[in-house]
Design a protein around this ligand. Structure first.
Ligand code: 5GP
Length: 196
């Protein structure tokens, strides 16, 4: 998506260790008109899928997912990061290794909000190694629901998550794919895609 690529190019900051900071429009301050364009593009890309629910993970997925959901006219469920897992059977639970914080945390979703009748679009801000998405997929599949697709704002194509998910057959659409970035020069290389 050209608009997003241009914005990353203009306002993104390439950090060491493969981290891209986009705090000024996506991860801290949020540009809602950009999110709105991203929502319209994801709706176009998944127009044929019978999506009735969006799933994301707190915190930085929530803003994007909420705006995307308006384009689909469906509710958003966000997986919560929990201190401890209460094994009373009312929650789907999984453990996710955090790319940015380097630690493992527990994630929960109430069984009330996702079930076998659901056709889910998973949304997140970044795709790096794919651990966050693996956890969300595990929750959807353990609920007996269907993963219709995955919509990502920024995929880092030099990390293995995207390739692995596509090889496993998931329908993954990333609005911008960064194939290389250089913290010294700030130079970014985007993958060519057939998109808006
Ligand atoms: P993964 O689980 O795919 O390794 O990492 C995805 C999660 O880590 C995303 O939810 C995102 O919050 C965070 N993340 C991964 N890489 C980056 C990055 O380069 N910049 C920022 N801001 N967040 C990232």
């Amino acid at each position: 998506m050209r608009l997003l690529e241009e914005r990353i190019q203009r306002d993104g900051v390439v950090k060491a260790e493969g981290v891209l900071k986009v705090d000024s429009f996506l991860n801290h301050q949020m540009d809602i008109s950009l999110f709105n364009e991203m929502g319209a593009e994801l709706k176009r890309l998944f127009a044929d899928a019978p999506i009735n629910k969006i799933l994301t993970i707190e915190a930085s997925g929530i803003g994007i997912a909420a705006i995307v959901a308006q384009h689909f006219g469906v509710p958003v469920v966000f997986a919560k990061k929990a201190q401890s897992i209460n094994l009373d059977g009312e929650m789907y639970t999984t453990r996710i290794q955090s790319f940015t914080h380097g630690k493992i945390f527990n994630v929960i979703v109430s069984k009330k909000y996702i079930g076998p009748e659901d056709h889910v679009l998973i949304i997140d801000d970044f795709l790096a190694n794919g651990c966050a998405l693996d956890g969300l997929i595990e929750i959807v599949e353990s609920a007996g629901a269907t993963v219709e697709g995955i919509g990502i704002a920024i995929e880092k194509g030099f990390q293995p998550g995207g390739k692995s998910l596509r090889e496993r057959g998931y329908r993954l659409e990333s609005l911008a794919i960064v194939d290389a970035m250089d913290p010294e020069t700030g130079k970014l290389v985007f993958r060519e895609q057939n998109d808006a």
